[in-house]
Write a protein that binds this ligand. Structure first.
Ligand code: GCU
Length: 344
């Protein structure tokens, strides 16, 4: 029902906005092009703060032509809904987790592999290496969208209601929410848990009503999304570092005159920089606030979990052959920036 109401609301919003807004400055009536950007985080979240900087920059440079509007908190629907709206051009941009993008193009499976990156440094260097990401980011042109930058979403670990996860066996039989991605479902199969794929906005209620026993995400979901009110155990197994991706409608990008495209591209860089700076601060703060909420952090050995899910990497690379060269390139970064110890 909640889903239905949200979908109707999103539809009404989109129908009610024409793609132009009027600008009556200096008594003239000029029409501005509305640029809609949707995401599923709160207005305190680094992603929202980054997008506000993007909005500010684009409007400073091209404000007589464009009105950038940022819609937080799934106002335009779940991430999957928003990707579809971006594909059709009903909205211009949205932030989607790399996890769900693999259902739109399997090239995105690569960044969903567990324990893909040896360290946070390796992860950041890989995502900043345009020779590596550009072919992936442009792979979906035929599906109506391209990726224009990535955003930090930290590392993902399990958090549960009734008991901490000290070792992989502790997950056996538990119902754990994952993002809607076949790679994630398979990862949970290997761990012996039962995967419950659902959109981010549904997790709180599912935890509260006992439909699931836990979930997996970064520390911010405990505080910003209130999951720490229900789950009192956060276990740093750090199974994935899944980036968020800003995607754009392909026609919108291709129809931009060269000088305007440059402004948007600079805007993506500004967003990336601001979001990452804010992320580093926010994630530290979230851990502290979660502790104040009564969440206990524990530190299992990530290698125990990595050993159990290791077959998934070979499965994906054997099935999706184009990913192997990308995987090999990532290993070069992993050698250069090896693990620095856990989350403590
Ligand atoms: C993180 C990520 C979101 C994603 C969410 C989820 O918060 O930043 O993009 O939607 O995890 O688990 O669904």
């Amino acid at each position: 029902m909640k889903k239905f109401i949200r979908a109707i609301f999103a539809l009404l919003l989109i129908i009610s906005f024409s793609s132009c807004s009027s600008n009556k400055a200096k008594g003239e009536q000029t029409e501005k092009i509305i640029v809609r950007v949707g995401h599923n985080q709160s207005q305190n979240h680094p992603t929202h703060l980054g997008l506000l900087e993007f909005e500010k920059y684009v409007e400073e440079k091209l404000g007589d032509k464009y009105d950038v509007q940022v819609y937080p908190s799934e106002l335009l629907g779940s991430q999957t809904d928003m990707v579809q709206l971006t594909q059709t051009g009903a909205i211009n941009f949205c932030v989607a987790s790399n996890a769900i993008l693999e259902t739109f193009d399997d090239v995105y499976e690569i960044f969903n592999l567990p324990y893909l990156f040896a360290s946070e440094k390796s992860y950041h260097h890989v995502m900043d290496d345009k020779s590596l990401t550009n072919p992936i980011f442009n792979a979906t042109e035929k599906s109506g969208f391209v990726a224009v930058t990535w955003l930090d979403a930290g590392s993902r670990s399990f958090y549960t209601k009734d008991k901490p996860i000290e070792k992989p066996e502790d997950l056996k039989g538990l119902k754990i929410r994952v993002q809607q991605s076949p790679t994630n479902v398979r990862m949970m199969d290997l761990l012996g848990a039962s995967a419950s794929p659902m959109g981010f906005g549904e997790v709180y209620t599912a935890l509260q009503s006992g439909i699931i026993d836990g979930a997996e995400n970064n520390e911010m979901s405990l505080t910003d999304n209130g999951h720490g009110e229900i789950c009192k155990y956060y276990s740093y197994d750090m199974h994935q570092m899944v980036p968020d991706i800003l995607i754009a409608n392909i026609d919108f990008m291709e129809n931009l005159p060269a000088n305007e495209r440059k402004v948007f591209e600079k805007g993506f860089e500004i967003l990336n920089k601001k979001q990452r700076e804010e992320w580093a601060k926010a994630v530290k703060k979230a851990k502290k606030s979660a502790e104040e909420m009564g969440v206990k952090f524990n530190y299992p050995n990530p290698s125990d979990f990595a050993a159990v899910v290791a077959p998934l990497t070979e499965e994906v690379l054997n099935k999706n052959k184009k990913l192997r060269p990308v995987y090999e390139k990532i290993q070069v970064y992993n050698k250069e920036y090896p693990a620095q110890g856990g989350a403590k």
